[in-house]
Ligand binder design. Sequence first.
Ligand SMILES: C[S@@+](CC[C@H](N)C(=O)[O-])C[C@H]1O[C@@H](n2cnc3c(N)ncnc32)[C@H](O)[C@@H]1O
Length: 270
Amino acid sequence: MARYFFEDQGHAALYQKYRLPSPNEIHTLILNYLQTKKEKPFTLAVDVGCGSGQSTRGLASHFEKVVGIDVSEAQIEEAKRMDGPDNVCYRQGVAEELEFKDGSVDVVTVGAAAHWFDMEKFMKEVDRVLKPKGCLALYCYTVPCILNYDDCPEPPTQIVQELFQTLVPYETNANKIVWNEYRDIFDAITFPDKERAEDIYIRLKKPLLWLVGFLNSSVLYQAYRKEDPENAEVSLENTKQRLLKAMGVSSDTIVEFCIKYYCLLASKPE
Ligand SMILES: C[S@@+](CC[C@H](N)C(=O)[O-])C[C@H]1O[C@@H](n2cnc3c(N)ncnc32)[C@H](O)[C@@H]1O
């Protein structure tokens, strides 16, 4: 089974600190899709691969109950530590064996995690647990790009890309699925009624240091750090210093970032 465990509590804590909540735009997209496919009531949403709950909490106002499921105990612990709405809970479990009864779930969502799943087994489970006309939403995003600094002597995007070049030896099949923007996953969705929502651009303003934390919290960089901690640290610090110099800013300068999201939507036949 293609899984990444986030076994390490430190990585789970980093993830909680630097990964963003799923944007409202994504939850609105999912809800609008669900509303076109299925009538209310919307009683249960399940967020699989919920991590520390970034993708889960934003569903709370639309459903009677939301359950976040993740294989990693460390991530579930982080999710439970966070304040959140009363109708949201978190449990350890795997995507390929969901704990829910047949035909009991209105929507299954997966944010930035489906690339780790055994899609064949996961789809069988989704088909089993969803109510007729219930929906599946799988979404992910690209690395944030820095806006407004394109005319720097060294473009910041290129500096970030160079860090990713050093991470190529640590790439797994899951990373390739992400670089390919979930095209393989789209084909693996067994429901005939399916579509792709692309080019959802979210802009946000954050200190430059946030980007360094974001890169540090990535699975790919953490794989490098695990194998070669000294060189990994040097290359992240080097990336940070080059960004500061090229952009002529300090770590806490507020910078505008753009993140591109894409989302696969599907509906179970009646
Ligand atoms: C990159 S995080 C995404 C977390 C969150 N959904 C978000 O949007 O930021 C991927 C999560 O998927 C979980 N995961 C990976 N394989 C899994 C599986 N087979 N079943 C359940 N969770 C899984 C990992 O433990 C990790 O917490």
